[in-house]
Design a protein around this ligand. Structure first.
Ligand SMILES: *[C@@H]1O[C@H](CO)[C@@H](O)[C@H](O)[C@H]1NC(C)=O
Length: 229
């Protein structure tokens, strides 16, 4: 009995340490990809909340069936294309082709601009779609690493950027981070992805129902970060 109490105390304090020392998203879990499948590079949800839909390195788009708890084949795609899924017609349409290296893009809530990341250029550009600056671009923010995809946050006017901070010294090391920014280029939050992504590159940070879904071509799972309830 005494042993049990000691164990329970130990377990609770461990839990407490994990929760307290963690960041705003202390609960990490994984949605395991099917055997042999790696590289969930995107995590999108449809308008009905279905998903995530993930594009994987072999070119397929898989959809997570939350009832059956399995990934089902949903569509085929090619690299460097942006796809749109219509949950009503169940049609996938190609919006953009030939996206060579450029990540993002994320269209603003009011559709007045689109954000595009430049992986090599370590920055994010803002292309105006409407207004007096329409069809012009400006540098929104310079970053301390290589940005991959940009996704709209659930908070209007905010975005999550998948960032990889690569250092060469003393040895090659990749430290992935989720960055929360706004449409004015202000850095609002830096979330180091320590658990599950040691020396791994991430492709996307997608917020959904207050949780963050992390996609990476270096892993065989979709990482899920949940906030303290
Ligand atoms: C990180 O990965 C690279 C290869 O992708 C490897 O060369 C390097 O040694 C790794 N760094 C650490 C600290 O494990």
């Amino acid at each position: 009995m005494a042993n049990l109490i000691v164990f329970m105390f130990f377990f609770c304090s461990l839990l407490l340490v994990v929760v307290v020392s963690g960041n705003a998203y202390p609960f990490f879990s994984k949605i395991q990809m099917p055997p042999g499948v790696t590289g969930p590079e995107s995590a999108a949800f449809d308008a009905a909340g279905g998903g995530p839909y993930v594009s994987v390195t072999d070119g397929r788009v898989l959809k997570w069936d939350s009832t059956l708890k399995v990934f089902v084949e949903f569509a085929y795609t090619a690299p460097n294309r942006l796809l749109k899924y219509d949950p009503v017609t169940k049609q996938v349409t190609v919006l953009l082709r030939g996206l060579a290296g450029a990540g993002g893009p994320a269209v603003s809530f009011d559709r007045s601009f689109v954000l595009v990341s430049e992986y090599v250029g370590k920055r994010i550009q803002k292309f105006w779609l409407t207004g007096v600056k329409a069809n012009t671009a400006e540098i929104l923010i310079n970053l301390p690493g290589n940005p991959n995809k940009i996704k709209r946050s659930e908070t209007e006017g905010e975005y999550w950027v998948a960032l990889n901070v690569i250092s060469q010294q003393p040895i090659l090391f990749t430290a992935p981070q989720g960055l929360r920014i706004n449409g004015l280029g202000m850095l609002l939050e830096t979330l180091p992805l320590v658990t599950g992504y040691f020396n791994a590159s991430i492709a996307v940070v997608q917020e959904h129902n207050l949780a963050l879904y992390i996609g990476s071509r270096d892993t065989d799972f979709v990482g899920v970060l949940k906030k303290v309830p």
